[in-house]
Design a protein around this ligand. Structure first.
Ligand SMILES: Cc1ncc(COP(=O)(O)O)c(C=O)c1O
Length: 506
């Protein structure tokens, strides 16, 4: 604040009416300058109060110019210092701005004005985290590590219909249901039973997809120590590390199966509380467990007293998945089961679920409540509509046909383009497989060479917990149109061959 009392000059009369017309650089503000004290001279405080009143009462004042200091001083018979002091005060009140060589203007209101502050808050210190992967990538780059399904194959039209239908229903819910919209849970339970998985709607918690499902289970655990397969879907690894969980990596090799003695040693020594695993169609490697492996894992679970969280995200992407019984069916209700609709319906439509049992459902619900209170009833109702109309089943049938075609084409191209030293998994459909390349080829070097030719491969480095004998990367065939995939595989084959020839010539 400036001390106004320093600036006043006696002027006869108390009211001045300034009429300033259109000028070259904008409209001048027309205003009355009054003395607040009858019969007294005008002071800087009077100028401030009068102009402020004019600005606040008159929306059309925004952006207008104020008379130049010398003009106003002349008209009021005051010193230029007095008028200047008044204008400075109007600036500090955010009512007026000064533009270099143009003069003073009434401020145009900012809808979100920064609060005036005399103190600056301190900064929290944050960890260094990997940013999430960019959602959009250059059109010129062919990304062989894309795990998504081509949007052309997704049921956007039917989802739109369901959204419209839900929005046309009278009234929206005014409460969320922590456990999830009850009719949706009934529908999910019914579909699981049709697939041979015993399920009751009361044991289901609807989630916003797999990270929330895992988050709920982890939050409910007493002991923060989790075992998981390695290599691993990187989102899982980051989630556990960020939350300071102790993590035990259990290696899987899709070409030789699982060394369960090695698993048993690790489990016996490290004593995890929970095993998170992807029993069918492991996302990175495409591996699906055999019945024998699943039975041994169930035995280990009893012997070493750990729980199991089965992530069955992939079965719905594979044709004939009805022939692969999940661990939940073999091992019973203590196996917590999770699944997700997002990749099969629309990546932006984030919804999945957990299936617990009579004993753990209350703690799972409590953890969900603590994490998010509840999710969007709107999305839950749209999904219910989609399932209820039978759209999901017909969509999956069509999706399987299309994905199988892409899968077969990918295998054919690999047979044609890859040297004999390269091998790959055959998950039986879906969206991705694992390509294993000779160890003498440096993956980072291969990656750089491919980038120069506009082909990108998934970064293999951060995907494992502990050591993994695998040396390769995930290859996605569900997103790219056939000709793009073929082009990228041709280039990949050429670059791998270059490396092998180079090392043969050494
Ligand atoms: C192992 C695994 N679980 C779950 C999902 C589904 O994830 P979300 O529900 O987060 O889309 C995926 C998708 O790629 C996955 O690879």
């Amino acid at each position: 604040m400036i001390p106004f009392y320093d600036f006043y000059k006696f002027v006869e009369g108390t009211v001045f009416y300034l009429l300033l017309g259109q000028a070259m650089k904008g409209t001048y503000l027309r205003m009355r300058i009054e003395s607040m004290t009858q019969g007294h001279s005008i002071r800087a405080a009077d100028i401030v109060a009068s102009i402020q009143k004019e600005i606040l009462n008159n929306p059309s004042a925004q952006g207008c110019r104020l008379p130049p200091i010398r003009v106003l001083a002349h008209q009021l018979g005051l010193s230029k210092n007095t008028v200047h002091a008044a204008y400075e005060e109007l600036i500090s009140r955010d009512l007026v701005i000064s533009k270099k060589r143009q003069g003073f203007f009434v401020q145009t209101p900012d809808p979100y004005p920064p609060p005036k502050r005399s103190f600056q808050a301190g900064q929290a210190s944050f960890r260094q985290l990997f940013p999430p992967l960019p959602y959009f990538e250059s059109e010129d780059l062919i990304h062989l590590g894309n795990v998504f399904v081509d949007p052309q194959l997704l049921p956007t039209q039917q989802l739109t219909e369901c959204c419209h239908s839900v929005l046309n229903q009278p009234g929206l819910f005014n409460r969320y249901d922590t456990q999830g919209y009850p009719t949706l849970r009934q529908k999910i339970a019914q579909q699981l039973r049709q697939r041979g998985i015993p399920a009751h709607e009361d044991h289901i918690v609807v989630t916003s997809g797999s990270p929330q499902s895992l988050g709920i289970v982890c939050l409910a655990l007493q002991n923060r120590h989790i075992a998981l397969e390695t290599p691993i879907y990187p989102v899982r690894k980051r989630f556990l590390e960020l939350n300071s969980y102790q993590v035990t990596g259990l290696p899987i090799d899709p070409f030789c199966g699982i060394d369960l003695d090695l698993w048993e040693n690790a489990i016996a020594t490290e004593k995890p509380n929970l095993l998170y695993l992807v029993s069918s169609y492991h996302q990175l490697t495409g591996y699906s467990y055999t019945t024998q492996e699943m039975e041994r894992i169930l035995e280990l679970s009893q012997k070493y007293n750990f729980g199991i969280l089965e992530d069955d995200w992939g079965s719905d992407l594979l044709s004939f998945s009805e022939y692969r019984a999940p661990l939940r069916t073999l091992g019973g209700e203590n196996v917590i089961y999770m699944n997700s609709f997002t990749k099969k319906l629309l990546p932006s439509f984030r919804i999945g679920y957990l299936l617990g049992n009579e004993e753990n459902i209350e703690v799972l619900k409590a953890a969900k409540h603590a994490l998010s209170l509840g999710n969007s009833s709107l999305i839950e109702t749209v999904l219910f509509e989609f399932l209820d109309r039978g759209y999901y089943e017909s969509h999956l049938k069509q999706l399987h046909l299309n994905l199988d075609k892409r899968y077969q084409n990918c295998l054919m191209q690999l047979r044609k383009r890859m040297p004999k030293e390269v091998k790959w998994t055959t998950p039986g459909g879906g969206t991705t497989l694992w390509l294993e390349i000779p160890k003498e080829i440096q993956l980072s070097q291969l990656k750089n060479n491919l980038l120069e030719r506009q082909v990108k491969i998934a970064d293999p480095i951060e995907k494992s917990v502990g050591s993994s004998s695998l040396h390769g990367f995930l290859l996605g065939y569900a997103y790219l149109p056939e000709e793009k995939l073929n082009q990228a595989l041709r280039i990949l084959g050429e670059e791998i061959n270059k490396f092998l020839k180079g090392s043969a010539n050494k």
